[in-house]
Design a protein around this ligand. Sequence first.
Ligand code: ATR
Length: 269
Amino acid sequence: MKIFGIFGDPIVHSLSPAMQNAAFRALGLDACYLPFRITKDRLGDAILGASAMGFGGLNLTIPLKEKALEIVLPDDLAAAIGAVNTVSFGQEIMGHNTDGSGAIMALEEKGIKIKGSRILLIGAGGAARAIAYTLAKEGAEISIANRSPGKALELASSIQAEGYGLEDLERLVPQADVIINATSVGMKEGDPRLFDGNLLHTGQMVFDIVYNRETEMLKDAAKAGAVAIDGVMMLVYQGAKALEIWTGLKPPIDVMEKAVREGLKARER
Ligand code: ATR
């Protein structure tokens, strides 16, 4: 049996084991995906240990994604983003970042063509970085708005995009084909809106990386007749892309989505 795993600290709430094990079952693979609590200072030992034990692959989550760059050989995208969420074991121990492609696949599934689309990315933290670099590679026209405008400008300048503050959203939101919330705003009930929902209109796509609840932004999007996509799909597609890297197989998206949504429901109980 091939062992796969996710390393993080904390790790107990991760939905990846349920999602990946459901996928393995659906694909008929003799494989098992387990969560491991690994601290930053033992990450090197843990990755080399997994390699020595013949693991099939790894995911990394908070707080290990950046630290991994010191241990694995990152591909160009992971190196540009500065974070690794997927490790593969071949001739080399390679580091990949599938967070951004998770977001892009979630959008493409809804019929959007990334190349040439006007995309407004809100946020400039770790998740936004992964999405920004991946989108830039796909040839999107990107604007980045962040609470701290300096961080937006910095990220934007590294991918030849435009950077703004949140006060510019009033002008930027109506002009965008796709609006992505890559901030943590919306995770908690009672979080403020980043912009007035009336700025949205039909024909737009609104993607919120928050996955633990239906955010006000997504409710506003649905009300405005825009397409609303929740963060579950990013979680599913980043995992699907990782599975594809490890096995070369076509991931069973529906099965993976169902496992994540059931896992989230079980949490509420
Ligand atoms: P992650 O790795 O999940 O992206 P992060 O790197 O801490 O987390 O980034 C959090 C993002 O949410 C940042 O863009 C942050 O804005 P700042 O760069 O100005 O801190 C944004 N964010 C967090 N709380 C916010 C709030 N109350 N209003 C607006 N933006 C917020």
